[in-house]
Write a protein that binds this ligand. Structure first.
Ligand code: PL3
Ligand code: FE2
Ligand code: FE2
Length: 233
């Protein structure tokens, strides 16, 4: 049951309910940013012609991780990374599997499309309910994530004919993992003032748009998303 979180009241930043949910959500963000750093470094090794650019994107992710640790510290909470590591493990394992297989397109779909669309959607929904310390940090991070998404879109679009089949296959494997992460976070998201259903809707819209940007026809993009939703239940 999803509560209506669109009230005009700001969240109670000092309440224990807010702070304990925040430490788990903050843990997700810090772990996700740390993995993004590692994934872009692996991509930098795998795509030598873009090595410098990918190392720069990796360094941005490292900064996001420490900036968000700072947001927790400002509220007096430490990121709770236990659940986060568990929830991200399957996505990270899938990335490593595709990296070992030399499937660059698969790696870019996982980190560059799925994770980055998730990040953009999540941070956009967090921004209006963020405290005054976290809001400008979050706004700056959203712009960076857009750049990461843009890199992956460009790379995949330029090779669409060659990568279409593997991109669709990996999206179908990565999406259910992402949707189940979202499901596991639903209660904590609500507790910090975010609506998980609206977040899911924004993520789906962004991801559908990303698939179309790289070259999928709208019905094919819709089928990939629908397939993932069906794989969830
Ligand atoms: C890509 O650069 C990093 C991906 C991290 C994604 C984490 C998503 C976590 C979902 C909840 C986000 C709410 C924001 C709260 C900020 C403390
Ligand atoms: Fe990031
Ligand atoms: Fe990113």
């Amino acid at each position: 049951m999803v509560l209506n979180t669109s009230s005009l009241q700001p969240p109670q930043f000092k309440s224990s309910i807010y702070l304990s949910a925040y430490s788990r959500i903050n843990g997700m963000v810090v772990v996700g940013e740390g993995l993004a750093d590692r994934h872009f470094r692996l991509l930098a090794r795998a795509i030598p012609e873009d090595q410098q650019e990918l190392e720069r994107l990796a360094a941005m992710e490292g900064r996001h991780a420490s900036d968000f640790v700072g947001c927790g510290r400002n509220l007096g909470v430490k990121p709770d990374v236990g659940l986060a590591r568990q929830l991200f493990a399957p996505l990270h394992a899938l990335f490593l599997e595709r990296d070992r297989a030399g499937d660059l397109a698969g790696c870019l779909v996982i980190q560059g499309l799925v994770v980055e669309c998730f990040a953009v959607a999540a941070y956009r929904h967090y921004l209006p309910v963020a405290d005054a310390y976290a809001a400008p940090i979050t706004a700056a991070v959203i712009a960076d994530e857009g750049e990461h998404l843009g890199y992956a879109e460009r790379w995949l679009r330029e090779r669409f004919a060659a990568v279409e089949t593997s991109a669709a296959a990996i999206a179908k494997r990565a999406l259910p993992i992402t949707l189940s992460i979202l499901q596991s976070l639903a209660a904590d998201l609500q507790a910090i003032g975010m609506d998980p259903i609206e977040l899911l809707a924004s993520f789906s819209e962004l991801f559908q748009q990303a698939l179309e940007t790289i070259g999928f026809e709208p019905p094919a993009a819709r089928r990939i998303l629908a397939g993932a939703a069906a794989a969830m239940v």
